[in-house]
Design a protein around this ligand. Sequence first.
Ligand SMILES: Cc1ncc(COP(=O)(O)O)c(C=O)c1O
Length: 485
Amino acid sequence: MASRRGMAQAEIGSRRANSVYETIRSGIKERKWLPGGKLPSVREMGERMEVHRLTVLKAYRQLAEEGIIEAKYKSGYYVKSHSMASSESLHAGDWDYKARSLYVNRSRLSDIHRQQVDYQMSEALIDPNLLPNAYLSNYVKQVFDLYPRVLSTYSTVLGDPELREELACFFLAKHGISVHPDELLITTGSQQAIDLVSRALAKPGDKALIERPTYSPAIDAFHQQGITLLPVEIAPEGYDLDEVERFMKTERPRLFYMNPTYQNPTGYTVPAAQRKRLVELAEKYQCLLVEDDVYHDIYFGSPPPPPLFYYDTEGYVLYIRSFSKYVAPGLRISVLAARPALMEAIAPVKALSDNGTPLLNQKIFQHYFFSTRLQEHVVKLRTALELRKTAMESQLADTGWHWASPEGGLNLWLRLPRDIPVDELLRRALSRSIAFVPGSICDPLGGMNDRMRLSYSYLNEGKLAEGVHRLIAIADEIRVEHRFL
Ligand SMILES: Cc1ncc(COP(=O)(O)O)c(C=O)c1O
């Protein structure tokens, strides 16, 4: 029995070392640590990844053996110059591969989403059955009648003037925020807004604060620009503002990318008092706040606090508001609000990117979004999503897994017991047609290996209950195997 336990522990140890090795290796490939740069000490890396020092040491040694990193006497471990490029090209050899490998794709999210599964709990997308598709198609016809030339012309780079005008009125009426239509840029989803900001407002070598955990494609967007990310923990009660201030003071980050309302993946909401204080800190230390507000309208009780943008009088907040989740995801319409000095920097990047979001999509959105039908629909949608959240939570109630019940948004963020390795759970779940997002994907440090995100927005209550039931059964199976190894 003792030797069995020994073998089991050895196996767990080697699995951990493997995952630490993979995380560091992909970090180097994505230029999180640059060629010639020093890696965190073994102790520091162990703390970040929540593993023992020896596990990190094992991974470092393996990377050194492969010529990817090197140990320098009494100094630590360093990334070798061009180490990954040369080892990758051994397998690749063709130009096309090398060109593609320049792009960061750390998140692996799209790989998970691409899998066809019966129990889809990885995508933070609303079930198409909850969106009034037939009604939307009437609007499409109406738009063609109203604007017969809509497909024969470009939009302006900032976006359709009528739509921006209506959105400016919407921000004033709904949030008391006064914004000029020329301070609004229509983007092709919030994803594009994040990308534009990362390209227009920071340069390689700049630092940026980012929540830990966070929306993982944002990690990729900033890494792609060679920006160093400094993670700030987000908790149910918000951030540790002393930590934020310390970072702003000592590291002088260019910006702080945040998703403070029903955050993806945690569902946490930063309280109003913190929002106000963050804006003061931003002014004091001249750090831009990039507020990504995708889930603002998806709340279950009372509405969330006002956006940080509401408190901003000096132009330090860039406000990204997406409607794509609940209006019509396929239209890909979001808006980025920024004061003129920042907009001047962003608009040319948007022009280079696509010369303006398609006019047809903007027009359909405009007519649909401001209809009473849509506003009534959102009220029903909130109830439907809350029922789904409750169905998922009831199914999870006896597992001993931990989460803070979100008051809005589309996801549950769970912490699993240590004896259920999330990577292993995902591998087995995918093979049985169940998908979810492992926590490590959402962590800028690549840790959080005991966390996962389950989205409750895509499946109906029955399917959710069944999917979660099956997932728990797989977790139990893993536990039992580990116990008897
Ligand atoms: C926090 C966050 N930002 C941005 C996006 C992208 O949204 P969009 O569909 O508007 O590009 C998402 C989508 O999941 C998200 O969760």
